[in-house]
Write a protein that binds this ligand. Structure first.
Ligand SMILES: Cc1cc2nc3c(=O)[nH]c(=O)nc-3n(C[C@H](O)[C@H](O)[C@H](O)COP(=O)(O)OP(=O)(O)OC[C@H]3O[C@@H](n4cnc5c(N)ncnc54)[C@H](O)[C@@H]3O)c2cc1C
Length: 377
């Protein structure tokens, strides 16, 4: 089950064609709608449309009907999507790295048969539920309890609360991390169309607002056990962090591009902004931030594709890219001056969206702890 070989990977030509399709998708559909989506949420058919260009099966091997893409291509797609709409990038990144990867590597053939096909078509929406009101950075503190249901081998009753779950308000199936013993935690597939699942609300956020961030309660909700340890289930966060790093890079690149364009058009003191040294300094610093983030992400993704451990690299890429995105978007607003603080210019939205990247999938302080632990062990 877990050790099945997923042999078929995409060729370089297939990856190039896929990325060209994503680029068109972002230019024609995602970027033109990002302001509209933020007023409420991503549209109902968004994941179906993502599926049509291969975004809902990036990490699934070709032998299972997916794209079989490399981590380099996965990160590239997350980056491009974020240039169009960071909330969509975050959703696609999390669904691939945390949910689809779990279905591929840690589920039974029966479970895959039920969920994988519809999920890859965008018909079955997914979410990943670890965080709880009292278990955030300290993920092992999860209080949601899983109790075996008598006479139904493999099925458990889940009781507890989850919060900050991306796409949790619209997902048909959520992978719930729950406690099976005093020290043991594991993962469960939980369908949301059952009485034991109670959505307690959407959580409005200052950035990535189009994402349906949700909280919910579980009262004897039925979960289908996916035989895995806590470490296996959360091990998907390493590639996931490269996805969030790529999302941060996409945000930074877009803000940088807009700031450079603006600085070439706006004149004060009979000079263009881009001819003023203080503005040039900001442009230079943002160029370096984007480039350094790009290299760290590329290094981590290439290591993943070679089968090497990426614990440290993923944290370094995520930490640097997310902090860079916050610096770059802040500078982009500064270069736009007062206009940068209005809703007429996209840089303000990118600035708000960037904040999530310093918090989701492990806040910056946790990334520093991971890096230091790897360096000093
Ligand atoms: C928009 C959004 C989407 C999300 N999506 C998901 C999702 O799909 N699934 C999911 O399970 N979770 C999700 N999360 C939750 C996210 O992973 C957590 O918010 C994050 O891990 C931090 O946990 P917390 O919010 O409880 O903060 P806390 O753990 O309470 O930490 C608060 C702050 O304290 C500091 N801190 C905490 N621990 C340490 C430490 N050991 N050393 C130093 N400083 C520390 C940090 O500055 C940190 O930011 C999402 C969050 C947001 C905002």
């Amino acid at each position: 089950m877990i050790a099945e070989v997923h042999s078929t990977a995409a060729s370089a030509a297939e990856e190039q064609a896929f990325l060209a399709g994503v680029r068109r998708f972002v230019a024609e559909y995602v970027l033109p709608n990002t302001r509209e989506w933020e007023k409420d949420r991503l549209p109902d058919d968004v994941f179906k449309r993502c599926a049509e260009v291969g975004l809902m099966s990036m990490v699934v091997p070709k032998s299972l009907g997916g794209g079989g893409l490399s981590c380099v291509a996965y990160a590239e797609a997350c980056r491009m999507l974020a240039q169009g709409d960071p909330a969509l990038s975050m959703n696609v990144a999390a669904i691939n790295a945390l949910c689809l990867a779990h279905l591929v590597d840690l589920s039974t053939p029966e479970q895959r048969e039920r969920y994988l096909g519809p999920a890859m078509k965008g018909d079955l929406e997914l979410a990943w539920g670890l965080t709880e009101p009292d278990a955030g950075s300290d993920a092992r503190r999860v209080q949601t309890v899983a109790t075996p249901i008598e006479g139904r081998p493999g099925y458990y009753h889940l009781n507890g609360r989850k919060m900050f779950i991306t796409n949790g308000g619209r997902a048909h199936m959520i992978i719930v991390i729950a406690r099976t013993g005093e020290k043991e935690l594991s993962a469960f597939f939980m369908d949301t169309d059952q009485p034991g699942f109670r959505l307690t609300g959407r959580i409005p956020t200052i950035g990535v607002q189009a994402s349906w961030t949700a909280q919910f309660e579980l009262e004897n909700a039925v979960g289908w056990h996916t035989p895995c340890t806590f470490e296996q289930a959360t091990g998907f966060l390493f590639r996931g962090r490269l996805g969030i790093a790529a999302m941060a890079l996409g945000i930074a690149e877009k803000a940088h591009e807009l700031a450079v364009e603006y600085s070439k058009q706006r004149e004060q003191f009979n000079r263009r902004l881009c001819d003023m040294q203080s503005v040039q300094n900001m442009i230079a610093d943002s160029e370096i931030d984007c480039n350094a983030a790009r290299h760290l992400i590329r290094e981590g993704a290439e290591m993943y594709d070679r089968g090497e451990p990426i614990v440290k690299q993923a944290s370094m890429a995520k930490l640097f890219a997310s902090e860079a995105a916050n610096r770059v978007t802040n500078r982009a607003i500064q270069i736009h001056g007062g206009r940068g603080m209005t809703f007429d210019f996209l840089v303000e939205k990118l600035w708000r969206d960037a904040k999530l990247t310093e918090i989701g999938e492990g806040c910056s302080e946790i990334q520093r702890m991971v890096i230091a632990k790897q360096v000093t062990r």
